[in-house]
Structures are given as C-alpha cells and as structure tokens.
Design a binder for this molecule. Sequence first.
Ligand SMILES: C[S@@+](CC[C@H](N)C(=O)[O-])C[C@H]1O[C@@H](n2cnc3c(N)ncnc32)[C@H](O)[C@@H]1O
Length: 286
Amino acid sequence: MDQTIDIDTATDTSRISISAHYTGYIWYNNGLSHKQFVTPIGRAAYWALKPMNAFMQAMIGASIDTFLLQRHFVLDHLVEQAIAEGYDQVVELAAGLSSRGYLIKQAYPNVHYVEGDLPGMSARKSGLLDKLGRPFGHITQPCNILDESGPHSIEALLGSLDKTKKTLIITEGLVNYFDLPTIRKVWARMAVALKGFPQARYITEVYPKLEQHPSYRYVKVAQKVVGFFTQGEYPLHYNSNETMQQGFLEDGFATVSVTAPEDYYGTLDMPTSSRQSLVRLVVAEV
Ligand SMILES: C[S@@+](CC[C@H](N)C(=O)[O-])C[C@H]1O[C@@H](n2cnc3c(N)ncnc32)[C@H](O)[C@@H]1O
C-alpha cells in the first residue's frame, strides 16, 4: 500500500536510516532478532563491511560489530532492569529495524511499547510488523527528534501516553549522528517532557572521543566509514565519563550514571574486547 509521507527538509535526516538496515542485520546474524526485520540492503551492507570488520578484529581484537553487540546487550539488560522496577511504558526512539520492541512485548505483554522513527522508517517497520500479524500489540509512530513541536515531535509522542505511568525512553544508534549542541537540545527537551511522568528515565549509548585510547586511530577510520555510508558526520561526544555525566546533569536530568560494557562482563554473556571499550551507556533520570 502506498503511504504519503510528509518531509520537512530542514529536519530531514533520513539519509541516516540506511544504518538501521545494517544494524538490523547484525542483530539477526547474532540471534538477537526476528528474520522479518532483515532487508536486502542490510545483508549487502554486512558483506560490504566484512573486510573492514576483519581488519579491525586483527588490529585491535574487536570489530565494529563487537561494539554494536556490546551496546545492544547492555541496553537490553538496562531496559529489562527498568521493567523489573515497574517501568511499564517504554518509548524507543529511532528504533529502526531492531527487534527489541517485538521481543520485549513478547516477554512482557503488559508493557506499553511505542517505537518512534522518521516517517519513512516508521512506515517500513509498520509494514514488516503487519506481515507478522502484530501478534503482541506493538505500536509504531512517526517521530523526528529534531521537531520541536507538531505531530512528529517527541513532545507529541509523550503527550499521547498515560501520564500516571513510570516511563522509559531509550535510543540506540542515534545520538552520535548529531553534533553535540544539536543532540543536547534534544536531551534538554526530553528532560522537560519527561518531568510530566511520576518517574522517568532515559537510556542511551554514547560513543565518546577517547583520544588517548590505544585504538583511537582505528576509531577514526570506523567513523569515516559510518559517515560515508550515511553521507554525513559521526561526531564523538565528551572525552570522559565525568564530562558526559556533567553534560546530562546540565541538560536537566537529576541523576546520571555512565558505565562501560566491561562493567557488565561478569553478569552478561556478551562479546568482550581485550582493550577498554569504546562505547558508554548512560542512564539518566529526571
Ligand atoms: C543506526 S540506526 C539505529 C536503529 C536501531 N536503534 C538499532 O540500533 O538497530 C539509526 C536510526 O535513527 C533513525 N533516525 C535518523 N534521524 C532521526 C531523527 N531525526 N529522528 C528520529 N529517528 C531518526 C533512522 O531512521 C534509523 O532508524
């Protein structure tokens, strides 16, 4: 069925959406996703990046995929932890072709799970879920994090939710596609909007700029590859856990914790890297 999609060119970042095909394939290839969310573009991108991944694996003992999988495993864990604490309303922004919402709804049918993404990606995901028969009552909604008002804004999406419920927002694979002032504006808006709920939490991963890291020059190569694929920049944010934490506090969050995948090596069964990890996990509450 044809769908009419409104696009505001000033905030149109749909060039980034191709990356969701790649990560969607990585989740599937590692047993973390339903086959329905695999696309030919994702499969092709996987094969195109295979030499680069093999190179990184040989040089630093971990590939781009290692860091993707680490963040995905830890984010899954953090979402499940929040659900165990009574967060029964979850909004996943920029959900792309990830199966997280589908799997969470399967495991926790009472959790209200809403996925937001740009109109084009949201329509695609919606179509794929329709083909699965939407067995678990999954909701997809167009949302552009850059829209400060209007029907596709974060504010509108949160406005459609139950204001009495503990509410969680999660983003994965989104924030480093924007420069820091732009994404901080989004975080600050998010913090304001989340204050309308009795308890609210935001979870994300952030790739920091760790210039002293022994693998930093390979990070720069990976950054260029991602930028090439998505026709834009992939800026790294903050240079330490402390500055990252401080930034989120300044953006309006009341408590902020910053961890690294290695903090979970003892508890989660996931790929490890011999060197300090290159990704950080942020849990922020208003
Ligand atoms: C790397 S993918 C991540 C997808 C999924 N979270 C995952 O980890 O597999 C980036 C996602 O961000 C979405 N995106 C890009 N710009 C956006 C915006 N302005 N607002 C909301 N989502 C956006 C893309 O459509 C895409 O689905």
